[in-house]
Design a protein around this ligand. Sequence first.
Ligand code: 5AD
Ligand code: FES
Length: 361
Amino acid sequence: MAKLLSQIPESIRQEIDILLGDRERLLELIAKPDIPEAREILKLADQVRIWTVGDEVQLRGLIEFSSFCRNHCLYCGLRQDNRKLVRYRLEAPEIITAAENGVRLGYKTVVLQSGEDPSYTGEGLAEVIREIKNLGLVVTLSLGEREPWEYELWRKAGAERYLMRHETSAPALYARLHPAGRTLEKRVALLKVLKGLDYQVGTGFMVGLPGQTPETLLADLELARELNAEMVGVGPFIPHPETPLGGTVGGTVAQTCLMVALVRLILPWALVPATTALGTIDPLGREAALQSGANVVMPNLTPRTYRKDYQIYPNKICTGEEAAECRSCINRRITAIGRSVAAGPGHNVLWLERQRGNKKS
Ligand code: 5AD
Ligand code: FES
């Protein structure tokens, strides 16, 4: 850790410590993300990103394999109550074919994502994970809340990362947004289970949810730090017309980028995606995030016929493109801002060090 820390110049480290220790200033910046002082934070985070994770952008091929969901999250288009959504499920061989396509396109990691769909059993998914591992890919899971024994089974099958955002760290807001008894406490407990299983754990939150305040956003950062997350995804909330929050106002690019930047300062070695949601509200939103501390992009690898039906939020980009088109589009965008696409698996370096330490002892 000491060796890693020395990568950030002492003066910058001090500047960051002072900023992060000044709660009032942070709250003001979060409340006014357009003021020049807030724009300076984006530049600072961009610098820190260079010193910690470097100029390479990590790509993750996203396979959205089921749009069925048992949940009722007020913000999400996949919620069970959205009867207008066409639902689909990929069979195991189709998931593996999509992953093989990922290998051909040069991806080193695939993210298996779905709504919470219990029709996929723990063992069935473990088999899919083993087959995808055999293709030489790193497997990231994003399947929501499942049983701890399933998380353990999948880890043993070779999955190394798990994404499950805490969504909002305000317990009452969390309960309102997630009816039918879901609690922040349970979500955090499961994230800790994943940590205990040695996954690289990704949490994160949306920006611009109704009821959110600068205080709750600051608490979102604090929770990500408390969890010592290896990955933190931050995206703007985009109201979906077929949900109870359809009539509300969503998040902005400025506020989302500021939160991305603060994530980089709080967890300097984290993997931080420039989210598709940001690319949806602004054609250059992902580039803006990559220049505010982000270092990951998750292009779509879902077979094209299904894409439009994975409608978490409206007007999602990339629903008309083939996987290969997204791959080359992303390449162009990354090189256009002077960055390069990483060749390696893109693990969190702190996690890698821990793994090596564990093997020695
Ligand atoms: N707008 C933006 N992001 C959303 N998500 C869910 N619904 C929306 C929405 N309407 C995010 C959640 C979830 C991730 C997969 O997508 O944060 O964790
Ligand atoms: Fe899909 Fe640009 S990333 S078209």
